[in-house]
Design a protein around this ligand. Structure first.
Ligand code: EPZ
Length: 418
């Protein structure tokens, strides 16, 4: 298993380019199943989860051609409408093929995801919604089997809690259903809006994506399309924190500043100087002194749960007490004890982490547990005194494209050890 060896202490300065959004690319790849015509997706990040999804689509029957960051998908017919446990257990987002498969061929057999480091990750709301659209669903041997031999029909689906991939899955299921579907209490994440834009280019009739109520008028069939994925707001946010925690001067280019309002506001309250020199660039100049600022994670446009771990690393260096409240997942503080091993003063109480600072961090051997927890360990290592070795960096490779190259280019002392 690969490791990262990082020697902290360098202020990061220069420009970091943002890759395409992993969490917009995953539903976009699944959406290609909805048509027999070619779909061309650009700015697809070359990360592990994308490769996993591409493998799944090939097994289902798609022809997938990858050229740099452009992926061409062509699914003349569905050969095997299944998402096997071997794949789903490595990537929960595999459940995104559920809606498209039922919509395209009237059936799907998808493994239940099982839990992961950050929580139970059920898909009960995906299943409930599909049943309301007329699918018959059975659960057996760890799989769900969905059938809709006569196609799906429109319905009003009210999510009892906001779910990002649940919204995406049901939107894709509804695009060829008979009649109108209304998704209420839908997720408003930019990734939902992006996949809706792709679906509209394919011929779907969707209104309200990005708001809590999405209306979909079913159409006969969808055609091919070409679409460029939005920039990855979580990658860009991670690098903003890197600029703050190393008191550097970083310009994050090719991002969408509008997607990062909640984080930018917290970084400014904490004393960092964040400006927007262009429509696609955020510049951060680290403050001499950081102040502790509380944060509560919320669905978009609130503070993203995917940036909570990174923010916690920063708060270990802030003056005062910061209370970090995690409201989305039940177990997303795995990084806290690893940060504590580096010298951080963090106390967990229920869904709150109380971070007292500033506490200088020292390099240590640490273990990555999930994608964003790993990112927070990298950030801590960038400013810790001495050398940090992070094990199991395959977690990072799931969602960050060439992170060590991007960081090294702006002055980080980081190398990957096979
Ligand atoms: C998406 O996961 C993202 N993944 C996650 O990013 C992100 O953390 C999460 O949204 C929240 O923003 C992708 O987009 C591929 P949810 P998702 O359904 O859709 C509960 C990363 O680091 N829930 O919005 O799986 C669920 O347990 C990943 O890139 C149900 O109870 O998250 C959670 O507590 C990690 N039943 C809450 O809702 C359901 O049927 C929000 O989950 C579905 C969800």
């Amino acid at each position: 298993m690969d490791k990262f060896v990082i020697t902290g202490g360098n202020a990061l300065t220069g420009e970091i380019p943002t890759s395409g959004s992993k969490n917009a690319a995953l539903p976009a790849l699944a959406a290609a199943l909805l048509t027999a015509e070619p779909v061309i997706l650009k700015r697809i990040p070359r990360v592990r989860d994308i490769r996993t999804m591409q493998r799944l689509l090939v097994d289902i029957g798609s022809l997938v051609q990858v050229e740099e960051e452009t992926v061409r998908l062509h699914t003349p017919q569905i050969v095997c409408p299944e998402a096997p446990y071997e794949l789903v257990k490595t990537m929960r987002a595999s459940s995104l093929v559920l809606g498209p498969l039922v919509a395209r061929c009237g059936r799907a057999r998808v493994s239940l995801p099982g839990g992961c480091a950050i929580g139970g990750r059920p898909i009960n709301l995906h299943i409930l919604g599909l049943e309301q659209l007329g699918a018959r669903i059975r659960q057996s041997h760890g799989y769900i089997e969905a059938e809709a031999p006569d196609g799906l029909h429109g319905a009003t689906v009210r999510f009892e809690r906001i779910t990002v991939t649940g919204t995406e899955d049901l939107m894709m299921a509804a695009v060829m259903a008979h009649g109108e579907t209304v998704l209420e209490n839908a997720a408003r994440e930019p990734e939902v809006t992006d996949v809706a834009e792709l679906l509209i280019k394919m011929g779907a009739r969707i209104e309200g994506a990005g708001t809590s109520t999405i209306r979909i008028q079913g159409v006969e069939r969808l055609g091919g399309a070409e679409h460029t994925i939005i920039p990855d707001r979580i990658e860009a946010g991670t690098f903003l924190v890197a600029g703050a925690i190393t008191a550097g001067d970083l310009a994050i280019t090719g991002c969408n500043p509008g997607h990062l309002g909640a984080l930018v506001s917290k970084l400014q309250q904490a004393g960092s100087d964040v400006t927007q020199p262009t429509g696609t660039t955020l510049r951060i100049r680290g403050a001499g002194k950081l102040l502790s600022v509380d944060v509560t994670t919320e669905e978009y446009p609130g503070f993203a749960t995917d940036l909570q771990a990174q923010y916690m690393a920063l708060m270990t260096q802030a003056e005062g007490i910061a209370i970090i409240t995690e409201t989305i997942f039940e177990n997303r503080f795995m990084h806290a004890q690893e940060l504590a091993r580096m010298g951080a003063n963090i106390r967990i109480s229920g869904n709150q982490a109380i971070v007292a600072g500033p506490h200088p961090l020292t390099g240590a051997g640490v273990i990555a547990s999930d994608l964003r927890a790993s990112a927070s360990l990298v950030l801590a290592a960038l400013m810790a005194r001495g050398e940090t070795v992070i094990d199991r960096v395959y977690h990072i490779d799931r969602g960050y494209e060439k992170i060590e190259a991007k960081l090294a280019r702006v002055g980080a002392k980081i190398r990957r050890v096979e």
